[in-house]
Design a protein around this ligand. Structure first.
Ligand code: NAD
Ligand code: UDP
Length: 313
């Protein structure tokens, strides 16, 4: 069936790849974005497709549409951007989720929420499994995002229990790839852009904190499998279990770019999680999904993307 999909945050990094993948499957896409961190360039190549529509709209306000499926991705994901206006970040997460769940309830659409590994906070269980409830500071500078996403998950499950809304919840771990912003502020884009410009690589703390990096194409495959999976609400982790220290990431980026950049140590931001690695057993069992792109390969593609972009600046 050629579903009509609503993708909120569809002009953003992950959202634009998702719109593209859905169109390639022969489905229709309504892309909704307020262009806070999204860009028209990310979806410019889709605008001539008759099955693609773009709506400039902020999901903190209600939206009346008729759709079969909703992918709720609207929310700035970089700490720099979500901390720029933290109250707005909470509104986007909470009021946005309420508006999209209300829409799903009215039109009986299946709705998938882009949740995050941040619901685990600074985890005391490693690697993180879905049954772990997390270790989250409710009043810190990351709380607008972490707690906002936790409330959104609570709303999804309450709408499911109370109103029988057909929900899917995925917990995305650090994802990277083409179409991240040059000034995104997240670690992969920062390091790649700094290395290509031969500028110092900004390592926060001593660089011993870890993250697990998933290439965007792998994530998109997991998202679509989850949306099409019957009888499984999640939450399910989607991420690459390969765990690297931030210093190791910096060294790989320098090597792959052949850069003359040096490492510059900066203070560690408040509440920066120490370790993060997904346990993806559930995704493997329920979705038959596992990522296939190793960090080195994904980094090469990302470096090529930023190299071309910076040359046209
Ligand atoms: P992004 O910042 O590139 O994309 C977010 C998009 O949402 C942008 O296009 C932005 O303009 C739009 N947006 C923000 N607030 C909005 C609002 N109120 N109304 C309408 N549109 C709004 O970030 P991304 O990396 O593509 O992340 C997309 C989603 O995935 C987010 O919900 C994020 O929390 C989640 N996620 C991403 C990662 C990751 O590593 N990239 C990890 C975990 C979760
Ligand atoms: N980081 C860094 N230098 C940068 C940007 C980020 O050392 O220029 C570190 C950051 O402190 C964190 C990790 O890289 O430990 C991942 O940060 P990011 O903002 O990408 O995402 P997070 O997983 O923290 O939400």
């Amino acid at each position: 069936m050629a579903y009509v999909n609503l993708v909120t945050g569809g002009a953003g990094f992950i959202g634009s790849h998702l719109c593209e993948a859905l169109l390639a499957r022969g489905e229709q896409v309504l892309c909704v974005d307020n262009f806070f961190t999204g860009r028209k360039q990310n979806i410019a190549h889709l605008l001539t497709n008759p099955y693609f529509e773009l709506v400039r709209h902020d999901i903190t306000s209600p939206l009346m549409l008729e759709v079969d499926r909703i992918y709720n991705f609207a929310c700035p994901a970089s700490p720099v951007h979500y901390q720029y206006n933290p109250v707005k970040t909470i509104k986007t997460n909470v009021m946005g989720a309420l508006n999209m769940l209300g829409l799903a309830k009215r039109v009986k659409a299946r709705i998938l929420q882009a949740s995050t590994s941040e619901v685990y906070g600074d985890p005391t269980v490693h690697p993180q499994v879905e049954s772990y409830w997390g270790n989250v500071n409710p009043i810190g500078i990351r709380s607008c995002y972490d707690e906002g996403k936790r409330v959104a998950e609570a709303l999804f499950f309450d709408y499911h229990r109370q109103n029988k809304v057909d929900i899917r919840v995925i917990r995305i771990f650090n994802t990277y790839g083409p179409r991240m912003l040059v000034n995104d502020g997240r670690v992969v884009s920062n390091f790649v852009v700094q290395a290509l410009r031969n500028q110092p690589i900004t390592l926060y703390g001593d660089g011993s904190q870890t993250r697990s990096f998933c290439f965007v194409n792998d994530l998109i495959d997991g998202i679509i499998r989850m949306m099409n999976c019957e009888g499984f609400t999640g939450p399910v982790n989607l991420g690459n279990p390969g765990e690297f220290t931030i210093k190791e990431l910096a060294e790989q980026v320098i090597e792959l770019t052949g850069s003359s950049s040096t490492l510059e140590y900066r203070p560690l931001p408040e509440n920066d999680p120490t370790r993060r690695q997904p346990n993806i057993t559930l995704a493997q069992e329920k979705l038959g999904w596992a990522p296939s792109v190793p960090l080195r390969e994904g980094l090469k593609t990302t470096i090529d993307y930023f190299d071309t972009l910076l040359k046209t600046e």
